[in-house]
Write a protein that binds this ligand. Structure first.
Ligand code: HEC
Length: 101
């Protein structure tokens, strides 16, 4: 067995847990704390240009809450340590999609 098998099994279990209703206020707080350095959260602009604003992510038709939640449990860009729990990720995904017009 390769060494990735245990963590990925764990991840699978976490991801298949039924999603509780997300808490959008909590999602916004998490976004401001962990994401705002790189992404424009809501309409607040940022100087960092490589990351898409959350409104732009929300605007894409093919983005779903499940997809975002899974994405957010993986490390991305230069976020070395992902501080989010599965619930945090769901709240954040819900918050990002709440920006959809
Ligand atoms: C260190 C800067 C940085 C931080 C902090 C950061 N991101 Fe990102 N994010 C990026 C960059 C850069 C990309 C573009 C894709 C890549 O290079 O991985 C990205 C891509 C994304 C995408 C995919 C959208 C696309 O363009 O396809 C999502 C969703 C996302 N980030 C959400 C978040 C959330 C939620 C947080 C807070 C928990 C966060 N990011 C924190 C830099 C960051």
């Amino acid at each position: 067995m390769r060494r990735a098998s245990v963590p990925s099994l764990l991840l699978l279990v976490l991801l298949s847990a039924p999603a509780a209703a997300e808490d959008l206020d909590h999602g916004r707080q998490l976004a401001e704390r962990w994401c705002a350095a790189c992404h424009a959260v809501a309409t607040k602009p940022t100087k960092f240009r490589r990351a898409r604003p959350f409104v732009a992510i929300a605007a894409r038709d093919n983005v779903t809450k499940e997809m975002l939640t899974k994405f957010l449990l993986l490390p991305h860009a230069t976020m070395a340590n992902n501080p989010l729990s599965a619930n945090d990720a769901a709240d954040l995904a819900g918050y990002i999609l709440s920006l959809r017009k």
